[in-house]
Design a protein around this ligand. Sequence first.
Ligand SMILES: [Zn+2]
Length: 135
Amino acid sequence: MKFRCTCGHVVRDQRNSLPYKARLIPDEDGDADFSSFAKVLEAFLMAREAGKQKEFLGSYFGEGYPQELALQNIIDDLLAKEIDLFTRFIYECEKCGRIFFEKHPEEAKLVSYVPEGESRGVLQSHRRRPKKEPS
Ligand SMILES: [Zn+2]
């Protein structure tokens, strides 16, 4: 997706690891992340132990989900799907610094805020560990 900022700059969301995009977790949902993931992981592991992994993945992701993935990739997909359920995206315009919040994850509506100072790049990663290897 892409959208035009009030300043005229086009903000593009068409690849991964954008330095001007981040996820927002409402504080009210702060406790939902690990417990909801733990529930899904438990259900997956129980289905796997019962020999019903294929059925579980089919009902959780849809019948088109590839069945031959490594366990790590499946867990990664389970976590990503759960995270998507309660996070929203934030974008920063690289030209003027406006911040755009996704107000509702289901609606494509963005709400913008204008910065007071000159600080830019506020959504960039500050991670110090090495980048994840491409999978
Ligand atoms: Zn702008």
